[in-house]
Design a binder for this molecule. Structure first.
Ligand SMILES: [Zn+2]
Length: 269
């Protein structure tokens, strides 16, 4: 009986995507590195179904809709570590893949200075469809990439706006973690003396703001070393600057991974 009800409800789930439209992708899927990268906010794309969520073009392309520069940075790190990179191809305003299921912030009706008309009073069947057609495929893709590679480290890559709610942010690189801080702790020990960036722990926000969802669900719960990287988006405006940030982060990650790998071996011996 229950099964019948579910089938009927599912039949009313609208198709949100055009034929052939995909919601996530894995780049460098055959990479051999000990790392998996994820970029949940890589794209500002809003499928046609949503009519731009009722937003102006400015809002649809703003940092509210995606993390400008984050995918470019993740691609440089993917090259540096020969790591697979799993990206969402849908704007976080449609569904934020770095939020737990069924939390209001996964489909926010307001983001900083913008109201999101298309997210006000979302019909339940459409909310279910966003979960099933956008979030679950991303989760499955990231899970399967992680499962296929033993014990990789999980690194998620994000960018943040220099000014939020009118307040300027001093931090330039944030190293964020949930309860498992091993990788973040070690990375902070390896900030190069000449890095030229203001690097801070759990800034401009931290796990209490609900941003540690992916690293906790996919990293911590699997016992994987994990970290979330946030870079201020005014420092990712062109390929040269992206590379500059990537080089500093690569040094921090390399130092941290070597240290943790050798301490893991020590613990085993
Ligand atoms: Zn982000």
């Amino acid at each position: 009986m229950q099964k019948q009800v579910e089938t009927v409800e599912r039949a009313f789930e609208p198709a949100l995507l055009e034929p052939g439209e995909t919601v996530c992708e894995t780049l460098n899927g055959n990479g051999h590195g000990d790392m998996v990268l994820a970029c949940e906010h890589a794209s500002h794309h809003i499928p046609n179904y949503f009519n731009g969520l009722g937003l102006s073009k400015k809002a649809r392309h703003s940092h509210a809709a995606w993390d400008p520069g984050a995918k470019d940075l993740a691609l440089d790190l993917s090259d540096a570590f020969d790591a697979p990179l799993v990206c969402s191809k849908i704007s976080r305003l449609v569904y934020d893949c770095n939020r737990p299921e069924n939390t209001p912030s996964a489909m926010p009706s307001r983001s900083e200075i913008f109201d999101i008309p298309g997210n006000i009073d979302i019909p339940i069947n459409e909310a279910q469809a966003r979960l099933a057609q956008i979030y679950h495929p991303f989760e499955r893709m990231l899970s399967s990439v992680l499962q296929s590679r033993g014990q990789p480290v999980l690194v998620t890559v994000h960018s943040f706006t220099p000014v939020f709610n009118g307040k300027k942010r001093e931090v330039e690189i944030g190293i964020l973690h949930g309860t498992d801080s091993r990788l973040a702790d070690a990375m902070l020990e390896f900030v190069p003396a000449d890095a030229g960036f203001v690097v801070r722990r759990n800034e401009p926000y931290g796990p209490t703001d609900g941003v540690a969802h992916t690293i906790e669900t996919h990293g911590q719960n699997r016992g994987l070393l994990n970290v979330m990287i946030e870079v201020r988006n005014d420092l990712l405006g062109d390929p040269k600057n992206v590379m500059r940030a990537a080089n500093v982060l690569a040094k921090m990650l390399t130092g941290a991974m070597k240290k943790l790998n050798s301490s893991t071996k020590d613990a085993r011996s």
